[in-house]
Design a protein around this ligand. Structure first.
Ligand SMILES: Cc1ncc(COP(=O)(O)O)c(C=O)c1O
Length: 365
């Protein structure tokens, strides 16, 4: 039976004037939360149930709850966009629903069907539509998640699980706005190994990336580039974004998502858009040495990072440690023509300013 996430009567709703006052000119990222959240519960041997849309509030958690000790949880990230005519749209939400199912499978959490996932997201966006910002590049970031909520110690898959969706009005992801970013290439830390959880969107992947992020910060870099755990020879992805290179002979090059890399929705969209800009999408293993050599030679001309939160972020330089000293490989064209064109088309589709040729947008209101 499908879930409906009906609104609990009597939950408070913030007025549009108060929302505008609280958000100000820039809502930031992940700071403010809307009035409601969608919630459902599961226990072993039964279907998902108790689905409702209720007031955003803390969860009562048993201190022994499995997620706090063994990290059994998965999450998603997608956005709702307000178009000029005030209609509200989601971008490829079924891709997030399917990835959420794959992540849930890997973490041995009960999957939530695509229909139920979309029902929860849509119910929340409809109820909290006033929180979808309308200013340039602003949107409503939506965070579905499932976590093990059984209060029993012991390493085993939880027999009680909670699914929820919360939402947060968001502005630009990076504090520096759209300026090209510097990327720290870590060969000290790894994000994902063969047979691990790299392709799943689970909290553990991010927890293990934090120290590398600190290392990046210490080197004045905004993000970390992880290489493969076994050899540190192949570039994989950033802590929270996929990676592309543009070559001087028209290739749009990205590492394949073969188990250790998150299958980004933005990544997939860029691969599909590429031919419209005379770029040949190429998915193949890319060696770190190849990147550094070709940046120096100028045969890699642009580099970009991509993900739901920041859309497309141009890269200025890769920094790394070589023979005990810090070195830098500068991207010849930071925010070059291909990066600009892809980003512009993507945001134009998302905000309804360009034709949705692929049928990616789903109208909610
Ligand atoms: C590790 C990682 N890679 C890639 C991405 C980009 O994925 P998407 O484009 O679906 O947001 C994200 C962000 O969600 C991420 O956390």
């Amino acid at each position: 039976m499908s879930l409906s996430f009906a609104l609990v009567p009597g939950t408070p709703t913030t007025s549009p004037a108060e929302i505008a006052r609280r958000l100000g000119a820039d809502p930031g990222f992940g700071i403010h939360f809307t009035d409601h959240m969608a919630v459902a519960h599961w226990q072993a041997g039964q279907d998902w149930q108790d689905d409702q849309l209720t007031a955003y509030a803390p969860f009562p958690l048993d201190p022994a709850v499995t997620v706090l000790h063994y990290g059994q949880e998965v999450f998603e990230g997608l956005k709702a966009y307000r178009h000029a005519d005030d209609s509200i749209w989601l971008f490829r939400p079924e891709m997030n629903a399917r990835r959420f199912q794959r992540s849930s499978y890997r973490l041995d959490l009960p999957p939530i069907s695509e229909t139920d996932f979309l029902a929860a997201v849509e119910a929340l966006v409809r109820a909290d539509a006033a929180w979808v910002p309308g200013a340039e590049e602003q949107s409503l970031y939506i965070r579905p998640f499932t976590f093990a909520s059984e209060g029993v110690l012991g390493v085993h898959s939880a027999r009680r699980v909670t699914f929820a969706v919360i939402a947060s009005p968001s502005g630009a992801y990076f504090a520096s706005g759209l300026n090209p970013v510097d990327i720290w290439v870590t060969t000290t830390y790894s994000r994902a190994g063969s047979g691990g959880t790299g392709a799943a969107k689970c909290g553990g992947n991010y927890a293990s990336s934090l120290l590398a992020a600190k290392e990046a910060e210490a080197h004045n870099c905004e993000q970390v580039l992880f290489t493969d755990a076994a050899t540190h020879h192949w570039v994989e992805e950033l802590g929270g974004m996929n990676l592309f290179f543009v070559t001087d002979d028209g290739e749009l090059l990205t590492p394949p998502t073969s188990g250790t890399i998150l299958e980004g929705v933005t990544r997939d969209s860029i691969l599909q858009l590429a031919p419209q800009f005379d770029l040949r999408p190429v998915e193949r293993p890319v060696a770190l040495d190849e990147v550094l050599t070709r940046l120096e030679a100028g045969t890699i001309t642009e580099a970009l990072a991509c993900g739901t939160a920041a859309v497309i972020t141009p890269i200025r330089a890769f920094r790394f440690e070589r023979e005990g000293a810090e070195a830098e490989a500068v991207v010849p064209q930071a925010f070059g023509p291909a990066t600009k064109a892809l980003r512009q088309r993507l945001v134009d589709i998302q905000w309804g300013r360009a034709a949705d040729d692929f049928g990616w947008m789903r109208r909610i209101i």
